[in-house]
Design a protein around this ligand. Structure first.
Ligand code: LLP
Length: 425
């Protein structure tokens, strides 16, 4: 990796390097060159980083199965990497399912999630012969009965574990829209119903306690509860979901995905589970740090004694996480990483909202200029995926870089694209 100047190693994509002048290079490509070619703002994904994370996850988890939670970044190019690296694909909608299949993931390695799957989604999954359907409600069992096709299912259980994370991304507690409640007997009733079905095969149980979780203890508690239930019910497979936290900030040191997966494997083994019975579903821990978003500075507004605002050409439409969850990010210039970054500013977007803040207290060079490139690292998960066209802003382009080459995997939206749904356009 070499000396990255002010960019901390743990926030940088794997192949990040900085040249003698302080310019960031990813996958052998100069960031300024990429922006010249593909425009700004730009998402840059490091292919080597993605593949390395996938391999660390599968190696750490032994012979257990690693399912990529595609919602974090559900692109066809990503599905291709997932299938090449032998992971499975978790889809939570028809669109995510289609992305996996278009990317060449074998249907038997696709699992379908969702707390309100439509008839169409269920029919598509049955027709495509996806590996598992993760059933979330009694209404869904009714729908599957009505459709009648055979399917291998897991039941999503709400194990009553309070994961320590943001309330919006907490899912394992009693009061949840997801899964069958264990404490009130719904889980047992659902298990009995599926066992009695002639066309559904109950092959496993699933739970997901939340996202951006750091406490290994929360996962251990979930494994304890779920293994006991699986053994009592004679169910073979167990998926403990995803949610392994990643670091976004300079002082945030967190376990690697290799560490997460080997700890989880140990916890399963301690309960006598065999590798082939166990599954995990990481999303963020695979893609988050693989990408940076590069913006161009358009306005520097100093309000003496109050604050300096640095406005860039994107914002909450390409990264809604700060607005939604109060998530923190860091920002750096991408062209002079050896210069001190000691001016504290608010890095804001170009949307018509005061809340459109990307980094509340970003540290950038004191002589920052309009026109310079600024990047936010660790934007690979739930950024592009949750992006919008708010204020009729076109979505940025996405490139995948590696070995000195860049491949455009999502082109920038045009102004015409913004009107393609409008009947009167
Ligand atoms: N499995 C299931 C059933 C899930 O619902 C999720 C995430 C995952 C796996 C993957 O979780 P991960 O490993 O990525 O944490 N938009 C929020 C995160 C929402 C997560 C939803 N479910 C954010 O930007 O923080």
């Amino acid at each position: 990796m070499g000396d990255l100047g002010v960019l901390p190693d743990h926030l940088a994509p794997h192949t990040a390097a900085v040249d003698a002048l302080g310019e960031l290079i990813i996958g052998g490509m100069r960031v300024s060159e990429l922006v010249r070619q593909y425009g700004s703002p730009l998402f840059i994904y490091d292919e080597n980083h993605l593949r390395t994370r996938m391999r660390e996850a599968t190696e750490g988890f032994g012979g257990g199965r690693v399912i990529y939670a595609s919602k974090a970044f559900p692109s066809v190019a990503m599905a291709r990497l997932i299938s090449e690296e032998g992971l499975w694909w978790d889809a939570a909608s028809q669109g995510e399912l289609e992305a996996g299949l278009r990317g060449g993931v074998q249907p038997k390695r696709v699992i379908l999630h969702g707390n309100n799957k439509s008839f169409d989604e269920l029919r598509m999954a049955i027709d495509a012969k996806v590996g598992r359907i993760v059933v979330d409600s009694f209404d869904e069992i009714d729908r599957l009965d009505y459709l009648g096709g055979s399917a291998s299912v897991w039941l999503r259980i709400t194990p009553g574990i309070e994961a320590h994370t943001h309330a919006y991304v907490r899912t394992g507690q009693q009061d949840s829209k997801f899964g069958f409640n264990l404490a009130n007997g719904d889980a047992h009733r659902a298990i009995a119903r599926v066992k009695a079905s002639s066309h559904l095969m109950l092959s496993g149980l699933h739970c997901h306690i939340g996202s951006q979780v750091f406490a290994l203890g929360s996962f251990r508690d979930a494994i304890d509860v779920m293994v006991t239930l699986a053994k009592d019910e004679g169910v073979e497979e167990l998926c403990i979901g995803g949610g392994f936290g990643v670091g976004y900030l300079r002082d945030e040191r967190v376990p690697t995905i290799g560490e997460w997966t080997s700890w989880l494997r140990e916890a399963f083994v301690a309960h006598g589970m065999r590798d082939q019975q166990t599954f995990i579903e990481p999303g963020r821990a695979i893609v988050a740090a693989a990408a940076v978003t590069v913006y161009t500075v358009g306005v520097i507004k100093e309000i003496p004694g109050v604050r300096t605002y640095v406005a860039v050409d994107g914002g909450m439409s390409d990264n809604p996480r700060p607005v939604l969850y109060g998530s923190g990010y860091e920002a750096f210039t991408s062209s002079r990483l050896f210069d001190p970054h000691d001016m504290t500013v608010a890095l804001v977007g170009k949307h018509c909202e005061s809340g459109d803040v990307l980094v509340r207290e970003a540290r950038l060079p004191t002589d920052l200029q309009v026109g310079e490139l600024v990047m936010t690292p660790v934007t690979g998960a739930y950024g592009y995926a949750m992006g919008s066209n708010y204020n009729k802003l076109p979505r940025p382009a996405v490139v995948l870089v590696g070995h000195g080459q860049a491949r455009l995997i999502a082109r920038r939206e045009t102004i015409d694209d913004l009107f393609r749904l409008e009947v009167d356009g």
